[in-house]
Design a protein around this ligand. Sequence first.
Ligand code: TH1
Length: 835
Amino acid sequence: EWPVGQEATWKTALKANDVDEDDVQGVANTIVRHVTTSLARQAGNMDTIAAYQATALSVRDQLIKRWNETTSYHTARAPKRIYYFSIEWLIGRSLDNAVLNLGMKNTYEDASRKLGFNFEDLLNEERDAALGNGGLGRLAACYIDSMATLSLPGWGYGLRYNYGIFKQMLSKTGEQLEAPDPWLDRENPWEIARLDVAYPIRFYGNVEPVANSDKAVWSGGMECLAVAYDTPIPGYATKNCANIRLWSAKPVQGFDLNSFNAGNYEASVHASSEVGNITQVLYPNDNMYQGKLLRLQQQYLWCSASLQDILRRFTKLELPWTQLPDYICIQMNDTHPTIVIAELMRILIDEEDISYDQAWKITTKVFAYTNHTVLPEALEKWEVSLFEKLLPRHLQIIYRINHDFLQQVAKRWPNDNDRLARMSIIEEGTPKYVRMAYLAIVGSFKVNGVAELHSQLLQATIFKDFVEFKGRDHFTNVTNGITPRRWLLQCNPELSALITHSLGSEAWLTNAQLLKNLIPMAEQKEFRKAFDIIKQNNKRRLAEVIEQELGITLNPRSVFAAQIKRMHEYKRQTLNIFAIIHRYLEIKKASPADRKKIQPWTFIFAGKAAPGYYIAKLVIRLIVNVGKIVNNDQDVGDLLKVVFIPDYSVSIAEVLIPAADISVQISTAGTEASGTSNMKLALNGALLLGTVDGANIEIAEDAGEDQCFMFGYLNDQVQQVRYNNSYNPTPLEQRSPELAAVFKHIESGAFGDAGIYDSLLKTVYEHDYYLVSNDFGSYLAAQKLVDELWGGDPEEWTRKAIITSCSMGDFSSDRSVQDYADGIWGVESERVPDN
Ligand code: TH1
């Protein structure tokens, strides 16, 4: 391996660069070396930003070492690999997570103290990597953490947006303002630019058929390059390190040489601007599809580059193409990467000379598809004309796939034209559309939903025809999960220490089922007290941040109820804010003596609205303005506070979640596919106040319904109620007199000029598609039960919180990822030996 005769020098050098996990001076040495070399500063001359950067670079060295060992081990072993394709990666910060997963947190704390810094301060200098909107992007981040921790041979693939999710600010009148998120303005120590790993990507152009074959030649149009940037992801308690490879678009040539030579400098740079746009910015829609050309360009660049990269790795094995499915599996995180199916077909047919039929056999054994939503407005449908312009060859292939597929359908159901129209990958009409979910189902060997109810719903509703055609086995469920490393160990160090102490080991961090061994501790007063103190400390920590940032003083003895998620009608932040106004009116009505019996609540909201989502933005405005009135009302005092925390992020979630007493999960039944903040909050001991929807159902099952406050119409009643709301409407006064009173109060101008919320109220007055009025009464009733427990039996509350937290083992993303590995991917652990 080594240059002949130089082995000793190499080995000595490698050894000299090694730092033991507990070698404080050694770690300090590497930090100082980065200050004086990488950062080019005089030793000692550094502020906290520089100290953070040098520390991050030191940690990065550790990661790269493991990354190298993992890659060469996997190359030598050549196992089947799993590739997780996600258009969003909502990673957040990496420093704390990395040192914890490396088992070096103490060492780094000591080293920074010895260099004159407080490690906690350094952590706060890091910017979030916010390349995602919400649950879907954060799920990918949790899954790659689990893939690394389970030592699975797997990589993530995505896009390196120059701008992540926008920064949210609030105007004086409570309106959401958006600013760009220039997260790369400071150098990103967590990425490794691989300027040598670049693939050509074509857009537009022409297709020429090749006579007597399935092949075609696609040429012309616009070419650019996709360049790789790697983010190493360390596993916990393993040397394995996974990778997220993100692509950045770059012009094939920086400028046009001809114009440059002709002295036309401006024209020479100009040509590349369309290419430069492609990976500029993340689309800020969650659960909402917008058929924009630039988005399709993003999807194709990402998929084509990733696939070329994967196939290059496979071809080094010098195996026949028929063995591709034995060596690779590609998991599609929603339909965003579905074009990769047509891309694999194109490469196999046009570039590798494989027949169409053979290519299809191979292709349909490689892909699996995860669906994350049943909301019709979120399902991707590309206009055929746009598709044809940008990706003409792919459209041809999709037509062929559809043709063969419909022929099979027609064979099974002769003369059923309705069925053919329903199932066609091409939606006929003006305009015509490509239905990406259908293409994903037809091109995959497995389709899954993300919680039990959601998976059942998929099979019973939007994919029913496909279940009949493909068979039950084509569809399955993998309930979502969250990584206990970030969502307990990192964000709640005190509770983690209590758990480790009580279990006598850290094994729960890789085997979350062990948490249930602590359930009996809920009966012990001492343990309850310890648990309670930790919750109080976390609440105080949050209250301090809110006091500092927003100038609102909170009562840490009040119920902290958190609804923290994207703003969306189906998630019903409306239900919550209307109930808050109701509570406010009750407090105002009560006599001073009666007020003493009212339980104090703090309602905490955080979440962004898509910039074009008018109603969601109005809800933010209402929440903020209700807060302004309520928080400053002398009659109310400590009994009610309403806080909207701007610019919700992974880092903010890490402070909010450990401080919550109540987890507000109140989507209309059947609308929230899974939810994942419900899992994070429960793991940190918040009681579930929720509807019978998504993963709430499984959380309540595991924690025990006694621990939860469930309410609202069930999924199977929603259709009927919705129908009645539209076609046999009753006045709001009858559906819910309490809500009618709340609306009256809003309309009186109590929270800003009369009229500003009219269009929001109208959605309820009229169709009330999300059943806000229908569920209002039972939501109030559920809150009343919360009041009784909080005021009546605090010990019992803590008991329930402990039981909830310790029952969440099933919601570790390790369990989810293991389910995928066993049930779908067919990949096994390949652990780098410890030596
Ligand atoms: C979310 C779902 O709404 C949520 O219920 C689920 O827990 C989460 O995915 C993870 O599975 C979704 N996010 C998106 C984002 C886009 C399109 C569809 C969905 S569904 C852009």
